[in-house]
Design a protein around this ligand. Structure first.
Ligand SMILES: Cc1cc2nc3c(=O)[nH]c(=O)nc-3n(C[C@H](O)[C@H](O)[C@H](O)COP(=O)(O)OP(=O)(O)OC[C@H]3O[C@@H](n4cnc5c(N)ncnc54)[C@H](O)[C@@H]3O)c2cc1C
Length: 639
């Protein structure tokens, strides 16, 4: 086992980042121009990083697979973005945001990184406001806030239910400014298919032009992955259907450790699956739980229309079980409570796999207009999908795969275990431990991109100033490109009968059934066998029509699904290894008498950083022990 060095700076928690910035190595402006940085991804983290690095004077190349950077998945974020501004004077502070995140993540995140994220959150809001993001404002003109799960203050800034879209447009405009100035060169419709490592350092990537099919080599002094999360491993999830883990997985195979892959958030409030032909599920933002009340009938199997069930026959089960936080308990807690009620036979609708999210009381109190002002676009979206008018009837909701706390392991500098390779935003194992609190992802992604990476990357690049432009004709580039071709050829030559999507759907079902909201040893072992069998079938019976050197979306999908088979194996292995429950990782064998997660801090207060050991070899587990100096590890209670 390698001893992982998280490079946490010395000194008191609240001083670490300030001291770090004061002592970090710098690169002078003349040298910055000579240094190339590749950024893969154009969501809040990638576009933020590209803009900030461009502004600093580095020579940046930014890649995304969409036709425009502003279509990155961040555009879908709905409910809001956190910051410890304390505009409401309700007792918020940087420390409280830090504490809520550590507790919310069930004490499985690194203190120093989380504190820094909380500290930087206030700059993020100021920056977005300066970029023109139209955050909601209160009567007096100040920025308005609302609450999200797992907290008792109101610290979430929002732009109706389109916060991600508005923030991404802000990032996109700052990115465009740098593109126009020539500091950033944008490469849309490119997919990174492998990482090039030279002399142990990340030096470039191999991409496929998704329009022409051409394979390209790109070099740089450092590579930044901002490639998002892997929630689509469940096939049905709230993510954009094209979100995938391939860039991170390729980096993993080249030496970047993958941390806590089994920490995946299942979001409690999504539109339930309506049929077998769906390729995606839709989120109904957590912000709705500010005003919507979750309930099921008190009587098992009650199939009456929701509005005809009288008040005394309704079970507001979150308010009943968790009086202190009520409907705003964190997502892992809410999802399991919803599942528990449905499994016990109280679920509503034909399938019984749904519960009510009801706005009747808040509309009575605040009026329909107030609710429309806060959530209008979400209500419209719900009505379009289901045909039900949520102003008149409660929404029906059920949990779905949503966010991945796991990802590439990074140190305090956000550098992976490959020197010169960084991971930011959702692609790293991040600051959220075993469960992310709502609205803290946009915060972390923007903080990583705009404020943290631009400071930390100079620590590495300061020693690279004498390295000339990296040539792309070296043996490493040639070999990596060859391996990319071979793999594409292998996928396209199988000429079987089944599509990549059909395999993805079956893989997703295995993951959902055995490694979703609840897990147990037998199920996980069964899942491992099933994944391996399906993987074998994939490599024998996959059908990819068309050719490599043309637009070929089936080929794109096939590559991503092939990587998912490998990640799925590691994810289940990680879930098997962690014989405790914590946050979203709920092992049925480890629960309190009243069904809450039972941690084992003596054995598992560590980050599991998995190392790739070669084709067909078992992964090696490296542990980063978590030290809690500021916060005492307690049983997480929202009661
Ligand atoms: C429906 C929904 C609603 C959400 N609402 C909220 C919210 O209200 N508040 C909140 O804090 N969080 C929210 N989240 C989470 C949040 O949106 C994401 O965690 C965050 O936007 C991730 O940003 P990112 O920059 O890390 O990655 P993304 O925005 O996912 O961007 C990934 C980028 O990487 C590129 N990319 C990936 N792989 C490759 C490759 N191989 N080659 C080239 N390019 C590649 C893509 O093209 C894209 O540009 C929500 C998530 C979902 C699914």
């Amino acid at each position: 086992m390698i001893k992982l060095d998280s490079k946490i700076p010395e000194g008191p928690l609240s001083q670490k980042w300030t001291r770090y910035k004061a002592s970090v190595k710098l690169v002078n402006p003349a040298n910055k121009k000579k240094l190339d940085i590749i950024v893969v991804g154009s969501g809040l983290s990638g576009a933020g990083a590209s803009s900030a690095l461009g502004e600093l004077g580095y020579s940046v190349k930014t890649f995304c697979y969409q036709d425009s950077p502003r279509r990155a998945h961040s555009v879908a974020a709905q409910g809001g973005i956190n910051a410890a501004k304390n505009y409401q004077n309700d007792g918020d502070s940087i420390y409280r945001l830090f504490y809520d995140m550590i507790k919310g993540g069930d004490y499985r995140a690194r203190e120093a990184n989380v504190y820094r994220a909380a500290e930087v959150s206030n700059f993020v809001i100021d920056h977005f406001t300066a970029l023109g993001v139209p955050f909601a404002r209160d009567y007096g003109g100040s920025l308005d806030t609302r609450s999200f799960g797992g907290v008792q203050v109101s610290r979430t800034f929002y732009a109706k239910g389109q916060t991600g879209q508005q923030c991404l447009l802000g990032c996109y405009s700052s990115l465009n400014r740098q593109i126009r100035k020539g500091n950033v060169v944008m490469y849309p419709r490119r997919e990174m298919l492998d990482l090039v490592v030279i002399g142990g350092k990340a030096r470039g990537i191999i991409t496929r032009n998704l329009i022409t099919g051409e394979i390209e080599r790109h070099s740089a002094h450092a590579v930044v992955l901002a490639t998002g999360g892997y929630g689509t491993i469940y096939y049905l999830s709230t993510l954009a259907v094209n979100s995938n883990a391939s860039a991170a997985w390729k980096a993993h195979r080249k030496g970047a450790f993958f941390a806590n892959p089994s920490f995946i958030q299942i979001h409690p409030t999504c539109v339930p699956q309506l049929n077998q032909f769906q390729s995606k599920l839709t989120l109904m933002s957590e912000s709705l739980r500010n005003d919507g009340r979750i309930w099921v009938p008190k009587q098992k199997g009650d199939k009456r229309a929701a509005n005809s069930i009288p008040e005394e026959e309704r079970d507001y089960f979150l308010e009943r079980r968790y009086p202190a936080f009520g409907n705003l308990v964190p997502r892992d807690v809410a999802s399991r409570a919803v599942k528990e009620r449905c499994d016990a036979g109280y679920g509503i609708g034909e399938t019984g796999l749904a519960v009510n999210l009801d706005f009747r009381d808040s509309m009575k109190k605040q009026g329909k207009k107030a609710i429309e002002n806060k959530y209008g676009n979400l209500f419209e979206m719900y009505k379009t999908i289901t045909g039900i008018n949520p102003y008149e009837e409660p929404m029906r909701i059920y949990p779905a795969g949503h966010y991945t706390m796991g990802g590439l392991w990074v140190d305090y500098d956000l550098m992976t275990s490959i020197p010169g390779l960084y991971a930011i935003g959702e692609s790293n194992f991040s600051d959220h431990g075993a469960n992310r609190l709502g609205a803290s992802s946009l915060m972390q992604a923007a903080a990583d991109g705009y404020f943290i990476l631009p400071n930390t990357i100079s620590n590495y690049l300061a020693d690279e100033i004498r390295v000339p432009k990296i040539a792309t004709d070296s043996a490493e580039f040639v070999e990596t490109e060859k391996a990319v071709y071979e793999r594409l050829n292998k996928l396209i030559s199988i000429k079987g009968k089944q599509s990549a999507s059909s395999f993805h759907k079956r893989l997703g079902k295995i993951m959902w059934d055995y490694c979703g909201m609840v897990r147990n040893e037998n199920g996980l072992k069964k899942a491992l066998t099933m994944i391996n069998e399906l993987k074998e079938e994939f490599w024998k019976d996959l059908n990819v029509p068309g050719a490599i050197n043309e637009l070929n979306m089936e080929l794109e999908k096939a590559g991503r699904v092939a990587d998912y088979f490998e990640l799925a194996g590691l994810l289940v292995t990680d879930a098997l290894n962690r014989t405790e429950s914590c946050g979203a990782h709920f092992r049925e064998e480890f629960q309190t008498p009243d069904g809450e997660a039972l941690r084992n801090d003596d054995k598992f207060a560590y980050v599991a950083a998995w190392e790739y050991a070669g084709e067909g070899m078992p992964h090696i587990l490296n542990k980063e022990e978590l030290m809690f100096e500021e916060v005492e590890m307690k049983v997480r209670s929202y009661k």
